[in-house]
Design a protein around this ligand. Sequence first.
Ligand code: 4AD
Ligand code: MG
Length: 478
Amino acid sequence: MLKRTRIKDILTHEKIGEETLVKGWIRTFRNNQFIALNDGSTIKNIQVVVDFENTDPSILKRLTTGASIAATGVLVESQGRGQSVEINASHVEILGDCDPEKYPLQPKKHSMEFLREISHLRFRTNTFGAVFRIRHALAFGIHKFFNDRGFYYLHTPIITGSDAEGAGEMFRVTTLDPTKPPTNEDGSVNYKKDFFSKETNLTVSGQLEAELGALALSEVYTFGPTFRAENSHTSRHASEFWMIEPEVAFADLNDNMDLAEDMLKYVIAYAMKECPDDIEFLENRLVQLEKQLPQNERSPMPLREKLQFCLDNEFQRLTYTEAIDILRNSKPNKKGKFQFTIEGFGADLQSEHERYLVEKHFKKPVILTDYPAEIKAFYMRRNDDEKTVRAMDILFPGIGEIVGGSQREERLEVLEKRMEEMDIPKHEMEWFLDTRRFGTVEHSGFGLGFERLIMFVTGIANIRDVIPFPRTPGNAGF
Ligand code: 4AD
Ligand code: MG
């Protein structure tokens, strides 16, 4: 029996004259004769030519947009324009009907908002097919990058009993009955009676556990889902997102920046190599979309040029203090155009400031280092100035912060002092402190927001459209 060939393989190998079985979903059916069929293996459709004179009219009627079919026939050179080969179907079988009156995806442009409401079907559009093929390529590229460099993929827990990262609000994990939880004598909830005999949450980051791994295996990385119950309604925040967190022993902040820059360039190049058709499609989509915008709001470069530019240029590295000077003296700051005016050292940078630095001032990716200790996490290594820490954030055009990382505080006394100052419960973190007690070493790591990377590579403007089923405040559909 003839085996199914994927459309991507048919179009790659072009075995003219060969009997071919193809299966997929109908995108369009024209002139009672030409089916544009897609199976998701590539953005390209294959044209299936139906011999309508010898096909049962009841079958022809069922060849509608969205229906799934199996078609068998000889692969021939195409007579028409738009494709080099097509299948001369000798047999067409309907696998699953699709009522065109009810099918929400019509062969026309739909808004991204509408498609979000039908996230279960949006995979079938060109745009989302392209996005999720690229998402796969980036994930695979990340694993390949780290594996090729001898890193170990470490699975850090998703349910965690430590709430010390301080990166954001956490989602509680409990099996207690919310209407009548067991209580202590003072009326507070008795979590000793909860499933894990303690309070637990979904992780906001695998970093602390990754550090434990790195301080034995030297090079590790995590790649998993993380959860933040922040009430952020932006196009760059999701409540559930995926993060890549390498952690490296015997590495300082410069090594960390080199690793992050190498990784970003590697995976962007990898996606460009693996998904050229998808990226070309998304580039053209963006050009069309931006035609409605005034010139100064359009992207300065087409998508592929932007990606190539990112590969060809060194990221600009400067300290937070230097960045504050640039921002304080910038036109928008002086003219009161920023929503948050920069007064001086200590200001937390908002996305408007990050984007000014990247898009207007340097016009390329930027790595900011040595932030004020007050606005960063407890585990970052304190500098000799006692004011700043060995932190780094990587800022990307159109995205803002894409990576956050640091050299870690490896000195036990300094770390303990910092935890006391920041009210971090030390007794719950003895396991973390132990690594500083027993053979501590210099080490560093960072977290890359996977969805933000996908936004950059695809040019998709909203994080809700680069993850299959987005979770955001007020929304956990599907
Ligand atoms: O800067 P963050 O909070 O850093 C950490 O969690 C560290 N523990 C990482 C480490 O050093 N191992 O988050 C890291 C990155 C951000 O730069 C951003 O790209 C992404 O994660 N991110 C989000 N992405 C989508 N939605 C959110 N709500 C995000 N919060 C952070
Ligand atoms: Mg951050």
